[in-house]
Ligand binder design. Structure first.
Ligand code: BDE
Length: 146
């Protein structure tokens, strides 16, 4: 289990863009499960859409990407540097996400080499899939000053 203060020490994202609340399962280099509780107070509901609050599907993909970032950092605890997301393939939005939903992002490593990681992400609400995507990220190791 990784709680929010540790998530914030790993990811640079902050309000209104930090889109995971807690990590509930973690297998380094393999798999992570993170959750986000969606409330009516999310800022994006003001405009998406007035009178019809639906979480933008691209932000569900972003939540999966953030979970993947935590997985990469937790796989190599001594790692200094950044994880940048470089691509998204095969994204699908299967069901609308609405206030009161708890998102469960399940992100698995398809393969990784030194710098390139490919993740397969699936997001569920109550066991039902709401979104899926394949995500590509690159690790940029911090340059050590000489
Ligand atoms: C379905 C699958 C994945 N993502 C979203 C949906 C969905 O039902 N979107 N609905 C949007 C929507 C927007 C407005 Br404005 C509206 O008045 C209604 Br009635 C909608 O269903």
């Amino acid at each position: 289990m990784v709680e929010i203060t540790e998530i914030m020490s790993l990811l640079p994202h902050r309000y209104p863009f930090l889109l995971i609340d807690r990590v509930v399962e973690l297998e380094p280099e393999k798999r992570i499960v993170a959750v986000k509780n969606v409330t009516i107070n999310e800022p994006f509901f003001m405009g998406h859409f007035p009178g019809k609050p639906i979480m933008p599907g691209v932000l569900v993909v972003e939540a999966m990407a953030q979970a993947g970032g935590v997985l990469a950092f937790k796989s190599f605890p001594g790692m200094s540097g950044d994880v940048f997301f470089m691509g998204i393939d095969k994204a699908r939005f299967r069901r609308p996400v609405v206030p009161g939903d708890q998102l469960r992002m399940v992100v698995e490593v398809v393969k990784h080499r030194r710098e390139i990681w490919i993740f397969e992400g699936n997001t569920f609400v109550n066991e039902q899939k709401v979104a899926e995507a394949r995500l590509m990220a690159t690790l940029q190791q911090e340059q050590v000053e000489t």
